[in-house]
Design a protein around this ligand. Structure first.
Ligand code: HMN
Length: 288
């Protein structure tokens, strides 16, 4: 399960319904053009926290059907509704997803015992492996090294998607858990995270910029830091422009510019204005 995973975008039509044809095109673009090692399905980038259980299942099903065994698949099943998380974990496991992931439970201020119980409840209900999805800037959940250690005592919890800028903690985790999988979550910090020894990365911008992510990752692993840095600089010019214009909407416009029917974002995310669509096209022409 090492390597680069695209945090898969989902194509929705203007009424917010899943556009199956568009979703299949996004998947193909990632497998055939970006050539990533795997897909992270129903994460933040898939707009997972705005869709229903049935829609989540549909996305898991379509993705597995399109990919078959061409690349690795991780199913993000986390939900503050633990029953839903378990239902999705069973569903994705039955479909043949190679691993599960679950965001730390959010909104309510759960204490660590509750967080631990959440992970153990989900993963002990299925015959699969779990990757913790830690994204403190969106969830407000910050876990310490010793808390990760406690979670990792369950051998079915095999790793963490580390979407944070705390590289002191990342270094401590790498040293303390040499056998656990650590994935970088911020694409703009891929080089630094790779230098610290992450096993892979999971990123939204890989939907369009997967080739550069591969170069950064591999060059850094080979110790060719200057070359990797030059590509990270261009990548971050791209990422900065995308973030300024509206992250997921702009990534979708870039995909459309590449001939992929990436559709619209789900409400309450708003549609891009015509000016911003023009900016997205410029970004696409300039960088991709
Ligand atoms: C997911 O759950 O979809 C991804 O794993 C999220 C991923 O870490 C992205 N984070 C968010 O979108 C919140 C990053 O790729 C991020 O979009 C990128 O680094 C730009 O900041």
């Amino acid at each position: 399960m090492k390597g680069l995973f695209t945090a898969l975008m989902v194509s929705y039509d203007q009424d917010g319904n899943i556009n199956e044809k568009g979703l299949r095109e996004i998947i193909r673009y990632n497998v055939d053009v970006n050539k990533v090692d795997g897909l992270y399905v129903n994460g933040s980038t898939g707009e997972n926290f705005m869709i229903s259980t049935e829609e989540k299942k549909e996305i898991f099903r379509i993705t597995k059907d399109e990919v078959k065994d061409q690349v690795q698949l991780i199913a993000q099943v986390g939900s503050v509704n633990v029953k839903e998380a378990i239902e999705l974990a069973k569903y994705a496991t039955d479909l043949g997803y190679g691993a599960l992931s679950a965001v730390t439970p959010f909104y309510y201020k759960f204490d660590f015992e509750e967080i631990k119980q959440y992970y153990n409840s989900i993963i002990n209900a299925v015959d699969n492996k779990m990757i913790i999805y830690s994204i403190p800037f969106l969830t407000g959940v910050n876990m310490s090294l010793s808390q990760f250690e406690e979670l990792f005592e369950n051998e079915k919890i095999i790793g963490v998607k580390f979407t944070a800028g705390d590289f002191y903690l990342l270094e401590r985790m790498r040293k303390t858990f040499p056998d656990k999988l650590i994935y970088a979550g911020f694409d703009e910090m891929l080089l630094s995270a790779t230098v610290l020894g992450v096993d892979g990365a999971i990123g939204s911008t890989f939907n369009v910029n997967g080739k550069r992510a591969r170069q950064i990752f591999e060059l850094a692993q080979q110790g060719k830091i200057e070359e990797a840095r030059a590509i990270q600089h261009v990548t971050n010019d791209l990422i900065t422009a995308v973030l300024d214009n509206g992250l997921y909407q702009t990534l979708k416009e870039i995909l459309k510019d590449k001939g992929v029917d990436a559709g619209y974002c789900r409400q309450p995310m708003k549609e891009l204005s015509s000016e911003k669509i023009a900016v997205a096209k410029e970004i696409s022409n300039l960088f991709l």
